[in-house]
Design a protein around this ligand. Structure first.
Ligand SMILES: [Zn+2]
Length: 445
């Protein structure tokens, strides 16, 4: 709580630039005495970075800016703010909580706390992979609450009996689930319903659309081998997304689901843990990106007994996924897929550990370097985010790199992250700036 108050105070003080009068010159911050990892190259450079307003104005060896607020980085590494590509920001302790234990006011309050915690960890952008988060995203963008930049998918789309069907055994076709009433997810069958839900999400500010295209680990009614949505249904969502200038991501584990989704025009596969090497090659050839959940697949599912809310069957599914994950991730790196990382981490045990989703990869996958992993959460993530095209709420700068004209989303960490990802542990992240505003600064006395 003390931490939360501290962040709130910092945030309120430092958000002042956004309230600046139009005719005043935008405020400048000069970050000096740092090594810079720019999000692109496999090396650090010495230099300084000048931020003006919410944009990186100058990057170089000898930047001077009289009158700028000075931040002495003390020789630490300045790098782009981290990007998590698979959040569920409205979820706390499992899917049922929001319909049985708390109302949406409480769920929203929990979410606001998580948003501040992401910033404290150095995550300045999150792509939400399914939640009733659209109003929250709007509030963050208006500066009414504080949080990372949000790329919300809105409520995820799932067929009857699909991965997000959280109804009861006795529910009949066409029932309206509590989660659906809250905009958390949509149970949709046939192209008309798919189109309506996708359009509903975009109408309220979704930046891309998420569908459940296959069975899963954490759900009740869908065996993991199952393929979900017909090609026509998937294509209907893709058509709506493309009409908005955006794209579709899907939850899918195995060849049949993944290949059907690619046939329908889907651009990003979440999970993908049970596919063959041939499918990886096809993804490479057709420019389909992989979104990786490393902690869940390599750590949590290695010990499913530790997930207290899993049934015996869910634990069995988790073991199966763990076995496939290592092999699949190795192939993905071998074939140079466009890889992004997203924790899918929520609940007390995981939500505060977003960086672990990066740290675990070089430890578990032979030959993968910290540099390769860092790109998944910075410049490569920004590439995928840019696919939301006209729906992208952040059109006036670039993300995921330290370059002139980019948004000032910057973090300062101990050590050299290219040598080891422990640099990203929360306590090693000393300074967090998002959109030019400082949300964490332990350098100050
Ligand atoms: Zn997920």
């Amino acid at each position: 709580m003390k931490l939360l108050l501290k962040i709130l105070v910092l945030a309120c003080v430092t958000l002042a630039p956004t309230a600046q009068a139009q005719d005043e010159a935008p405020s400048q911050t000069l970050i000096t005495n740092v090594k810079i990892w720019d999000g692109l190259k496999d090396r650090l450079t010495n230099g300084s970075v000048l931020v003006e307003g919410n944009i990186i104005k100058e990057v170089g060896g000898s930047v001077s800016a009289p009158g700028a607020t000075l931040v002495d980085g003390g020789g630490r590494t300045l790098m782009p703010g981290l990007i998590d590509m698979h959040s569920h920001l409205c979820l706390q302790e499992g899917m049922a909580e929001g319909k049985t234990a708390f109302d949406q006011m409480a769920m929203g309050a929990f979410t606001a706390h998580v948003l501040l915690d992401y910033l404290d960890q150095g995550f300045t952008t999150a792509r939400d992979a399914g939640c009733n988060i659209l109003g929250v995203a709007k509030a963050v963008n208006q500066g009414r609450i504080h949080g990372p930049r949000l790329y919300p998918s809105g409520g995820f789309l799932s067929q009857t009996g699909g991965h997000a069907d959280t109804g009861n055994f006795n529910d009949q076709p066409g029932y309206v689930d509590d989660l659906e009433r809250h905009g958390f997810g949509y149970i949709v069958d046939d192209v008309g319903e798919v189109r309506r839900a996708a359009r509903q999400n975009f109408r309220a500010g979704a930046t891309q659309i998420k569908l459940m295209a296959g069975g899963g680990v954490a759900s009740e009614f869908d065996p993991i081998h199952m393929t979900q949505f017909s090609e026509e249904e998937l294509r209907a969502a893709v058509e709506v997304a493309e009409d908005y200038g955006s794209y579709v991501l899907v939850h899918a584990y195995h060849d049949r689901s993944v290949n059907r989704a690619i046939d329908a025009g889907v651009k990003v596969i979440e999970h993908n843990f049970l596919v063959s090497e041939d499918t990886i090659k096809r993804m490479k050839k057709e420019g389909v990106a992989l979104s990786l959940q490393a902690v869940m697949s390599l750590e949590a599912f290695a010990d499913p007994e530790s997930i207290t809310f899993f049934s015996a069957d869910q634990k069995k599914k988790a073991t199966q996924v763990n076995a496939g994950a290592k092999q699949m991730i190795g192939w993905a790196y071998k074939h140079d897929l466009l890889i992004v990382t997203g924790g899918d981490m929520f609940g007390k045990a995981y939500v505060g550990r977003q960086a672990d989703n990066l740290r675990i990869i070089p430890k578990e996958i032979p030959g993968v370097t910290p540099y390769q992993v860092l790109k998944t959460a910075t410049s490569d993530a920004a590439t995928v985010l840019s696919w939301s095209g006209g729906m992208n709420p952040y059109k006036y700068g670039t993300l995921g790199t330290i370059t002139e004209g980019g948004y000032a989303d910057l973090i300062l960490v101990d050590g050299n992250p290219l040598d080891g990802l422990d640099a990203l542990i929360r306590d090693n992240v000393h300074f967090v700036m998002k959109d030019g505003a400082v949300y964490k600064n332990t350098l100050r006395p």
